[in-house]
Design a protein around this ligand. Structure first.
Ligand code: UFG
Length: 328
């Protein structure tokens, strides 16, 4: 069997780098394109990184042709919801125009398949939980809207250029490479699990954004998924498209929700330390519960989460946080 060649945009970032490792472990030939505006050079194994901006369509088309890529996994994007509401132009430009450039380069180079990082934020405040892929698309922030716009671009590039796509709508990615090689390091950090781990290390309390929601303990419920389970969904999506599958959208979550307090308790169990926390007001735009119906991904792509124990997910994140702090 010939080696499958894949181009990954944003492969130096959190989810991208975990996916690249799994692709390499499974024998794929991988070219990473990243401008390192958010990602880290050391996340990409030597020899695989082309440092460039996805907005450079001509160069990207040349890299696609040179690498012989049969498919693209497109991660490169800005991801902070709050920031997107302060700087909409930057978000639309990077996320939408960047993706348009990727699609134009693919059309030019004759690359026919793309797996796209979409988000649960496309559903906005859903009317029910768990969330099905058929729920209304009604984002409530610029970040989510930018992903919806790309989903629309994908439809037209399929119709006109026969570029088939899988849109993976992520829920809450967390955890780290079980071998400790990679982990989550956003700057600034806004995500719950790394913030709770930082609170343990620094002694500075993390703030719970609201404890008066209509949930069992009053804190928000989210669907926390191990980054490697998320990464595997990309590989299964690639295999589906390379095998002739038609364009489709899938939720990527475990189907189980956890409250913020449950995350705090899991961190306490794993670290053996108390988590200092305070309770503050609700964060604007936070729905009470976001849990994926993941049956479609399981049935159609044969995906199944490998890490269903929250403590194991937290343990991997904790191992990475300690390792990067001590520099070992
Ligand atoms: N939270 C706190 N305190 C904090 C940070 C978060 O209580 O300091 C709470 C939030 O209110 C939320 C939960 O922890 O209930 C998770 O918050 P995150 O910021 O980690 O993640 P979100 O659920 O807000 O967002 C994630 C992704 C987004 C994506 C969204 C889709 O980070 O990119 O899921 O639902 F858009």
């Amino acid at each position: 069997m010939t080696t499958r060649k894949i181009l990954v945009t944003g492969g130096a970032g959190y989810i991208g780098s975990h996916t690249v490792r799994l692709l390499l472990d499974q024998g794929y030939e991988v070219t990473v394109v990243d401008n390192l505006s958010k990602g880290y050079r050391e996340n990409v194994p030597v020899g695989h990184l082309v440092e460039m901006d996805i907005a450079d369509t001509r160069r990207l088309a040349a890299v696609l042709k040179e690498s012989g890529a049969e498919a693209v996994v497109h991660f490169a994007a800005f991801i902070a919801v709050g920031e997107s509401m302060r700087e909409p132009a930057r978000y639309f430009s990077n996320n939408v125009c960047g993706s348009l450039s990727v699609l134009a380069a693919m059309a030019d180079a004759g690359v026919r398949h793309i797996v796209f990082s979409s988000t649960a934020a496309v559903y906005g405040n859903p009317h029910a939980t768990p969330i099905l892929e058929t729920f209304p698309i009604q984002p409530v922030n610029v970040y989510g809207e930018s992903k919806v716009m790309v989903e629309t671009l994908l439809r037209w590039f399929d119709e006109i250029h026969q570029i088939t796509n899988v849109r993976l709508r992520y829920f809450n990615a967390c955890g780290a490479d079980p071998q400790g090689r990679l982990g989550e390091q956003h700057e600034p950090e806004t995500h719950l699990v790394p913030l709770v781990l930082r609170a343990v290390e620094s002694g500075q309390p993390v703030t719970i954004f609201g404890d008066d929601y209509d949930t069992p303990d009053g804190t928000c419920i989210r669907d926390y998924i191990h980054v490697n389970d998320l990464a595997r969904a990309h590989i299964q999506a690639l295999e589906y498209l390379l095998g002739g599958g038609t364009s489709d959208a899938f939720n990527v979550g475990t189907g189980t929700g956890h409250t913020v307090l449950e995350i705090i308790r899991a961190v306490e169990e794993v670290t053996g330390r108390k988590v200092p926390y305070t309770t503050g007001p609700r964060r604007e735009g936070d729905p009470a519960a976001l849990v994926a119906a993941s049956d479609k991904l399981r049935t159609k792509l044969g995906w199944k989460p490998q890490y269903t124990d929250l403590r194991e997910i937290v343990r991997h994140a904790w191992n990475f946080a300690r390792k990067s702090k001590t520099g070992t």
